[in-house]
Design a protein around this ligand. Structure first.
Ligand code: NDP
Ligand code: 8X3
Length: 256
């Protein structure tokens, strides 16, 4: 992976941040993205210090759900955008656990706009150059929720089912090119995901992982690096990764 250029959406925390670190260890140059510019600058400074002279790091703050902002951000990157040959479509969120009959349509809009439309806006912006250069990998962060729906998660689950469908569709759209597309579908990963879902209620977020061992962001970053490091004729199309303590969606083994 030495010398490849990876753009990671949602690099300001969790899986995206761990993937940035993991791909830097592999020698990839990076374009870090997310909305929180302070966190992007801090991560860039950290990686610059850790990998001085070995990897180049750019930081671009934008909202993936804002189509104009996506285009403008990539324009700011200039000719470097043409070099991007790994796209990690990781930015995403769930909001609340209300059942549909009491859910907030504003939340549904944000989840679909980010997880589905945002993923496609970034993909659409980068694909033509990848096809021109005849090289590229797209890693999409789906979820086990995209395969097995659960109560109070209808819209989030639908958004991740869409990510899986998009992955399959892209594979067909790109047939005949060497480009690869992968859907990574994790179970429970301890990140800021639950803080966001429970709107900053730290106790509720902590309780999600009580008494069990969740996956770490690093576990998923390692999985992404493994998929990317397969030989060019191997496309890992979908990979489901559960914590050992989570045998199925909605089932968790807790020790206390
Ligand atoms: P985090 O909340 O820790 O990270 C989410 C990242 O997405 C942040 O960097 C956030 O950055 C970014 N993001 C959210 N909305 C936007 C937006 N509109 N524009 C740009 N960036 C955005 O959660 P995770 O690391 O856990 O989540 C990463 C992905 O993994 C998500 O797609 C999630 O659905 C998926 N996933 C997570 C699982 C889990 O259990 N944690 C399990 C399965 C899948 P910022 O706020 O700075 O914009
Ligand atoms: C996140 C995992 O099980 O909370 O996609 O939906 S779950």
């Amino acid at each position: 992976m030495q010398g490849r250029l990876a753009l990671i959406t949602g690099a300001t925390s969790g899986i995206g941040e761990a993937t940035a670190l993991r791909l830097a260890e592999e020698g990839c140059d990076l374009v870090l993205t997310g909305r929180r510019s302070g966190r992007l600058s801090a991560l860039k400074a950290r990686l610059d210090a850790m990998f001085a002279g070995k990897v180049g790091v750019d930081a671009l703050a934008f909202d993936v759900a804002d189509r104009a902002a996506v285009g403008a951000a990539l324009e700011r990157l200039g000719p470097r955008a043409e070099r991007i040959d790994i796209l990690v479509n990781n930015a995403g969120l769930a909001l609340g656990t209300e059942v549909a009959q009491s859910g907030d349509p504003e939340d549904w809009d944000r989840v679909i706009d980010t997880n589905v439309k945002g993923l496609m806006y970034v993909t659409r912006a980068l694909l033509p150059a990848m096809i021109r250069r005849n090289r590229g990998d797209i890693i999409n962060l789906g979820s086990v929720a995209g395969r097995w729906s659960y109560r109070g998660g209808a819209v989030y689950c639908a958004s991740k089912a869409a990510v899986r469908a998009i992955t399959e569709g892209l594979r067909l759209d790109l047939v005949g090119t060497p480009l690869r597309v992968t859907n990574i579908a994790p179970g429970m990963v301890e990140t800021e995901f639950s803080d966001v879902r429970y709107r900053g209620d730290a106790q509720k977020a902590k309780d999600v992982y009580a008494g069990m061992t969740p996956l770490s962001a690093r576990d998923i970053a390692d999985t992404i690096a493994w998929c990317l490091s397969r030989p060019p004729h191997v496309n890992v199309q979908e990979l489901i990764v559960f914590p050992t303590d989570q045998p199925a969606v909605g089932h968790v083994h807790r020790r206390s």
